[in-house]
Design a protein around this ligand. Structure first.
Ligand SMILES: Nc1nc2c(ncn2[C@@H]2O[C@H](COP(=O)(O)OP(=O)(O)OP(=O)(O)O)[C@@H](O)[C@H]2O)c(=O)[nH]1
Length: 410
């Protein structure tokens, strides 16, 4: 990623370059005037151009039109002052945002914005609105911030799109729509997508003043009254996505093991405590690395950690896409095989055991071999604790029989 700062003040460009380089993994070029900017723009592909409106050889914001229209590059405007008319014109041109050079927080805002724009490239936003004009308007605003935009012309279509593309992170929905309106859409979406999975912003040009509260009570994160100004739209979208990121990060901290990134014991129980009622075939594999204490004692705790991290990675690669992989503590892991009986689970785990035993783990002190023992049990008319207890008994038998083996009822 490469950023261009076009700014005639040496002090400002140095501060910005320092902050950007510190926060973002990217190259930063500086142009003190329009002529240098053109030379650089001709040879480099920039992710974003941060441009001062008033340059020695272009005092009237000429750089902005050039960046947007000739180089089709995202532009953040930097300016000492801006009157209301200039502000409107710039926003109409399609800049990502403008920043007043007021204090160091202004520069931090630029960095935060670039970082957000970078992430936005991976963020899918669904716009549900029966008005084509309105949908296109929102699309243009979202694309200025580099989002991947998907459109739905009513609530029913939005539900289908969300089912097909569950990785959509933000739904922006109008209130008045045929078939399924905004409220009903949100209620139905929230049955499947929690707040850490999907954020929702409601829109309406209806003058009913209770709408915003009703949207939020129904499960939306925010609401915007039409017509809205560009900046308010961007601020609300960015705030909503920042909150979503924060909720996700808290969720990850609460549910993932810090060292290995496998799910925690707590998550495992929360997710699988009702397996019996769900009436599904359900097996668990309880896994314990063999002689792990020896790895720590011989090579040190750090190398032990590297082995745990790599082993968790292997488990995740082998089973994580379809099954829950959790670290129960220490060198003990569990995989929940929902839908598989003991025999199938045993076969899968035994194949994985052989692969692990035959593949060295590269650590900082060189390659290390490791094996594990495993107990497999299938849920009967019992609690999740009981099935784990039985898996533990089989694990104990596996250890007693010489380790590096899988034991189950089969
Ligand atoms: N490096 C590292 N070691 C850990 C961690 N958690 C637990 N351990 C170590 O894991 C080892 C577990 O040893 P034991 O329970 O005796 O089991 P073992 O040596 O694997 O022997 P068997 O299970 O009987 O094959 C202990 O030395 C713990 O200190 C961790 O997060 N990192």
């Amino acid at each position: 990623m490469r950023i261009l700062i076009v700014e005639d003040s040496d002090a400002v460009s140095k501060v910005l370059k320092h902050l950007i380089a510190q926060e973002l993994d990217c190259d930063v070029d500086i142009a003190p005037d329009l002529a240098t900017a053109i030379t650089l723009l001709d040879v480099n592909q920039y992710f974003v151009v941060v441009a001062d409106l008033n340059l020695p050889d272009a005092p009237n914001g000429e750089i902005v039109r050039l960046v947007l229209n000739s180089y089709h590059t995202t532009c953040i405007v930097l300016t000492g002052n801006l009157d209301s008319q200039q502000r409107k014109e710039l926003l109409k041109l399609g800049i990502a945002d403008y920043v007043l050079k007021e204090n160091r927080y202004s520069y931090q805002y630029v960095v935060k914005l670039i970082s957000r724009l970078k992430r936005n490239q991976q963020v899918k936003v669904l716009v549900a609105d029966d008005s084509v004009v309105s949908r296109k308007f929102v699309r243009v605003l979202l694309e200025q911030h580099l989002f991947k935009v998907i459109e739905a012309n009513d609530g029913a279509q939005a539900l289908t799109v969300l089912k097909d593309q569950p990785d959509i992170q933000l739904l922006i929905t109008d209130y008045n729509m045929p078939n399924v309106d905004g409220f009903e859409l949100i209620l139905r979406v929230r049955e499947q997508f929690s707040r850490e999975n999907l954020a929702i912003i409601g829109l309406s040009n209806d003058n009913d003043e209770s709408l915003s509260a009703r949207f939020i009570k129904n499960g939306a994160n925010d609401f915007l009254q039409k017509p809205f100004v560009h900046e308010e739209f961007h601020c609300r979208v960015l705030n909503t996505l920042d909150s979503l990121d924060m909720i996700r990060s808290l969720w990850e901290t609460a549910n993932r093991d810090y060292l290995t990134q496998a799910f925690t014991r707590r998550y495992f129980f929360k997710k699988h405590q009702n397996e019996q009622q769900d009436n599904n075939v359900f097996s668990v594999a309880l896994i314990d690395i063999d002689f792990f204490k020896k790895v720590n004692d011989t090579h040190g705790h750090d190398v032990g950690d590297q082995v745990l991290i790599e082993f968790a990675k292997r488990l995740e690669m082998a089973f994580g896409q379809h099954f829950t992989v959790a670290r129960f503590g220490g060198e003990e892991f569990v995989v929940a095989f929902k839908g598989l009986d003991a025999e199938k689970t045993h076969t899968l785990m035994d194949k994985f055991r052989q692969q692990c035993a035959n593949k060295v783990i590269d650590t900082s002190i060189g390659p290390i071999t490791m094996t594990f023992s495993c107990g497999v049990a299938t849920l009967r008319s019992e609690t999740i604790d009981s099935v784990l207890h039985r898996a533990d008994e089989y694990l104990y038998l596996a250890k007693g029989a010489g380790r590096n083996r899988v034991v189950s009822t089969c």
